[in-house]
Design a binder for this molecule. Structure first.
Ligand code: PRP
Length: 207
């Protein structure tokens, strides 16, 4: 029996879209979409084993070799700089990393800027590039609350439709970087199975 290719998919709506791409590209495993609490699925015929992973953890599985390949957002790759190869931009899960503030907020460049974010490295490097001194407030979610409660001046966060900002009386004020889902590979797996992984990448990108 040949070895199965281990694939880490980001759990959730994006993951289902991404799985559909893999299935169309010739790597189906219909059990993946069954509504169960199971996290791991195999299709020996297609040579694949899929696991559902928390989106922000995909790069860890791939970096450590538990998965040969996976799909992770560019936000996670920029924030954690995992030692993996980025094989392709899958052109799904598109959004942007942006700075947002309360409507009508005016910056006072004389003062240290208080920045709340789930992405401290991205925020730090963005403001370092502008030579702006900041105080970083590292939160794990509901970032939008920080400027509303006066805990921060701005947030650095993902904006997709803009609805979350709007519903909390915030507005985007600067774009930092466009984000989309990327196909990533474990470095050792890629060395051993380059032809196989390149073929998979090409089939996914064509799709
Ligand atoms: C992200 C982000 C915003 C929201 C933006 O959170 O932190 O809150 O999506 O999307 P929108 O512009 O379409 O409103 P996510 O849903 O990923 O949840 P999380 O805070 O748990 O990461």
């Amino acid at each position: 029996m040949r070895e199965l290719l281990n694939i880490a998919l980001p759990k959730g709506r994006l993951g289902e879209k991404v799985y559909a791409r893999f299935a169309e590209a010739g790597y189906p495993c219909p059990l993946v979409l069954e509504n169960s609490r199971k996290l791991i699925f195999e299709n020996e015929e297609a040579g694949v084993r899929y696991f559902w992973v928390k989106p922000s953890d995909v790069a860890i599985y791939v970096e450590r070799g538990a998965a040969d390949i996976g799909v992770a957002g560019k936000d996670i790759l920029l924030e954690y700089a995992p030692a993996v190869y980025e094989l392709a931009d899958l052109d799904v899960g598109k959004c942007r990393m942006a700075v947002a503030a309360k409507k009508g907020w005016r910056d006072d460049t004389e003062r240290t800027l208080r920045v709340a974010t789930k992405f401290p490295n991205i925020a730090r490097s963005y403001y370092a590039g502008k030579s702006r001194e900041i105080e970083l407030i590292h939160l794990n979610g509901s970032i939008e609350l920080a400027p509303i409660l006066g805990m921060s001046d701005v947030i650095v966060d993902i904006v997709e439709t803009g609805t979350t900002l709007k519903e909390n009386d915030l507005e985007p004020i600067e774009d930092i970087v466009p984000i989309s889902a990327r196909l990533i590979a474990n470095r050792v797996s890629y060395q051993f199975a380059q032809a196989q992984l390149d073929a998979l990448r090409d089939a996914l990108v064509r799709g």
